[in-house]
Design a protein around this ligand. Structure first.
Ligand code: BGC
Length: 452
């Protein structure tokens, strides 16, 4: 079916940047050896990507409004190819860092534009499924990167590890050449005939006029596309609070620190890690498997129940992991830590992993969607960077156990936030979501305005 073909085309973006996120851990082992890098130099190399991704996400909002969602994705794919090519050929450290920053810029562009594209191309009934395809692609990209790292590890060929990233980036570019612009963008730019034709293709003849009327309804309320700076003072403020908070919780719960740290934890607890890259493959496979289930369930169960179960599961598993690390070393400690890590990854994949991206793309009103998704995605990369920077120093300062309890507190706060503020968006049109947000937040926002 055409809709899924276009959905998969855009979701390739997740494969591209999932690969880039994962490949560095294996590549770093040989880069470190070959270039003789200090800990600080390695830190700079790793953090170039999330920092540049933050800038890329903000830029994506502007490009996606001005040029369209599809050209933004294509530009992202082009920047990926340039950045990746440069990292394959990098003659030394400085160029390597620059190339990772260029790749980061592309990660920002693509990670912000893919959910936007998918949420706008999908009819409401399958929007969850289509947008969460991105997370499935991200987890696949990470898994493939650990396998590639494993394959090239003994040869130490980090250039080959990076080079493989050219394939999904090229595939994204080619696939998007054959995919259409979204109906919402076309309609908002006066190209209603094209929008109508596209709606006919994705939803069928009977639905066209109703869906077009839906688009118009958000259209009428719209004056013009809002910029990033206008968001906090606009009607989009509740959506902004939700998008930014979910993005921050998705990272501040420690997913990347825990996945990266898992082999060390396993070694500390006496269970052999059987090679750090190999345990990354196992965790990556679990992440993919549970995400497959989430993609299938998200339009049936709804976003809220899945988020609540996910955050509760993460809260419990992080608390247990903290206890395990405080216990005396031994087999029972090892098994408890292992079970807690697996339960944590499965809980992440069952909710906040895919659904943070989904809500970021569906919660904003039309006039603020691109800018809002951009700011929320930039927050995701900022907090990703912050956890990467702070994790090891915090472990050194307060110990590993208490550090995981800090992550557990983030999950508890996230749980309370979702329970109180996040609306159910399953099966709803964008204008219905907008109406529910106004209702849920209307009084509260009014109270804030009166008080100020
Ligand atoms: C997160 C990444 C994470 C990945 C793991 C994504 O949704 O944004 O930070 O590494 O999921 O599955």
């Amino acid at each position: 079916m055409r809709l899924y073909r276009w959905g998969i085309s855009a979701a390739l973006g997740g494969l591209v940047f999932g690969y880039q996120l994962g490949v560095i851990s294996g590549a770093l082992l040989s880069i470190r050896r070959e270039l003789g890098l200090s800990a600080v130099a390695q830190g700079v190399l790793v953090s170039a990507l999330p920092l540049a991704a933050m800038a890329g996400s903000l830029l994506a909002g502007r490009l996606a409004d001005a040029l369209g969602r599809r050209p933004t994705l294509m530009i992202g794919a082009g920047v990926f190819l340039v950045g990746t090519g440069l990292s394959v050929l990098a003659p030394g450290y400085a160029v390597l860092v620059a190339s990772r920053a260029i790749v980061g810029l592309a990660v920002g562009l693509v990670s912000s534009a893919v959910p936007l594209y998918l949420s706008e191309i999908a009819p409401p009934a399958v929007r969850g499924r289509l947008v969460t395809l991105q997370q499935l692609a991200i987890t696949l990209g990470i898994l493939v990167s650990s396998c590639v790292d494993l394959a090239f590890a003994s040869a130490g060929s980090w250039r080959a590890m990076f080079a493989v990233g050219l394939l999904p980036a090229g595939a994204l570019l080619v696939a998007m050449l054959r995919a259409p612009e979204t109906p919402a963008w076309l309609d908002a730019h006066g190209r209603d005939d094209e929008a109508r034709e596209l709606l006919r293709l994705v939803a069928g003849e009977d639905e066209v006029e109703r869906l077009l009327a839906e688009l118009r309804r958000t259209h009428e309320q719209r004056t013009r596309q809002l910029g990033v700076r206008e968001l906090p003072r606009s009607d989009a403020r509740p959506a902004l609070v939700i998008g930014v908070t979910l993005a921050a919780v998705q990272q501040l719960c420690g997913i990347n620190a825990i996945v990266a740290y898992a082999p060390t934890i396993m070694e500390r607890t006496g269970l052999s890690a059987a090679g750090s890259i190999r345990s990354a493959v196992a965790i990556g496979a679990l992440n993919v498997a549970v995400t497959v289930v989430s993609v299938r369930l998200v339009d049936r169960l709804g976003r809220r129940p899945m988020l609540l179960v996910s955050l509760a599961g993460m809260l419990v598993s992080l608390t247990l992991l903290g206890f395990a690390l405080e216990m005396a070393p031994g087999p029972s400690q090892g098994w408890l830590a292992l079970a807690a890590i697996l339960a944590f990854v499965a809980s992440f994949a069952a909710g906040i992993g895919p659904i943070a991206w989904l809500l970021i793309a569906e919660i904003f009103p039309a006039q603020a969607r691109a800018a809002g998704a951009g700011v929320s995605t930039a927050t995701l990369w900022l907090t990703n960077f912050a956890v990467g920077l702070a994790f090891l120093p915090v472990v050194a300062a307060i110990g590993a156990g208490p550090t995981f309890w800090v992550f557990a507190v983030v999950c508890a706060l996230g749980l309370a936030f979702v329970a109180r503020y996040v609306p159910e968006t399953k099966g709803r049109s964008f204008s219905e979501i907008d109406a529910e947000l106004r209702e849920r937040w209307g009084q509260r926002a009014g109270a804030v305005l009166r008080a100020s």
